[in-house]
Design a protein around this ligand. Structure first.
Ligand SMILES: [Zn+2]
Length: 95
């Protein structure tokens, strides 16, 4: 990360403290994408599976269109302390 990009990531999105204020200079950038199920696409695929009597065949013969659509995104800068206090650290296993 270059200096100009680092300057954009100096404040924790959760506690608001400066990164490194607690003498731990590790921080995390978490990109979050929000998706919503496209029920029309799911229903279409489900109907094809019903028609073919096989979800496997429907998967091969279908249009392979997206079943969920992205509808938003966010980027969080998280200090080490907030990361460790947040349950997400258990899932990400980055430490
Ligand atoms: Zn924090």
């Amino acid at each position: 990360m270059k200096e100009d990009e680092l300057r954009k990531n100096t404040q924790c999105s959760i506690c608001g403290n400066k990164i490194g204020a607690n003498f731990n200079c590790d921080f995390f950038i978490i990109n979050i994408e929000r998706y919503t199920i496209d029920f029309r696409a799911v229903q279409k695929q489900d109907h094809l599976a019903g028609f073919l009597n096989s979800s496997v065949l429907a998967n091969v013969m279908g249009t392979n269109e997206d079943m969920a659509k992205k509808c938003g995104s966010a980027r969080l800068v998280v200090c080490f302390d907030c990361y460790m206090e947040n349950p997400i650290s258990d899932k990400a296993n980055l430490v």
